[in-house]
Design a protein around this ligand. Structure first.
Ligand code: GNR
Ligand code: NI
Length: 167
């Protein structure tokens, strides 16, 4: 297992579109294990391969209290969205920034698991938010892209300032 470095907004590699995974082999399962370790260590409730500079359609999620309900979604597709909810979002690639984003309340997502089996999951609440947030990453989007231009500019400035202090 290994901890993977997480790209920080506005790194242009966060805009790359992830490619579908073909064969689900040991290298894919190893990447999932490393992504899970990285997510738990951060700590975060989700992580998309894009954030660790791997541009394949793979995400890991765990929204459970006990941090013991790992979900790995390969080639995920949302096939139904219902209702709406608004909640504060954060992102491991946008550290220290939390903003309200409007999302669907309920999603149905089709995906393959680590054994290549096709699965469908119906999710609501925080899990539904996390699925939408992670699928955005695979499509080169971060939650900041859902905000007004003014807020986006303020976030860029704040992160640039933070980077100067940390350097
Ligand atoms: O850890 C995370 N928390 C979170 C909170 C509200 C909405 C979405 C998220 S996902 C985020 C981890 C992350 O950046 N995943 O891409
Ligand atoms: Ni994120």
């Amino acid at each position: 297992m290994a901890l993977l470095p997480i790209l920080r907004f506005p790194d242009p590699r966060l805009k790359k579109i992830a490619a579908p995974v073909g064969e689900i082999d040991d290298s894919v399962r190893r990447l999932i294990a490393d992504m899970a370790e990285t997510m738990y260590e951060a700590p975060g409730i989700g992580l998309a391969a894009t954030q660790v500079d791997v541009h394949k359609q793979i995400v890991v999620i765990d929204v459970s209290e006990g941090r013991n309900e790992l979900l790995a979604l390969i080639n995920p597709r949302i096939d139904d969205l219902q209702g709406q909810q608004e909640g504060e979002e954060g992102c491991l690639s946008v550290p220290g920034i939390f903003e309200k984003v409007e999302r669907a309340e309920r999603v149905s997502v089709h995906f393959q698991d680590g054994d290549g089996q096709h699965q469908t999951l119906v999710a609501e609440g925080l899990l539904a938010v996390c699925i939408q947030h992670e699928l955005d990453h695979l499509n080169g989007k971060v939650f900041v892209d859902h905000l007004s231009q003014l807020k986006q500019t303020r976030i860029r400035n704040k992160l640039a300032k933070q980077a100067r202090v940390t350097a």
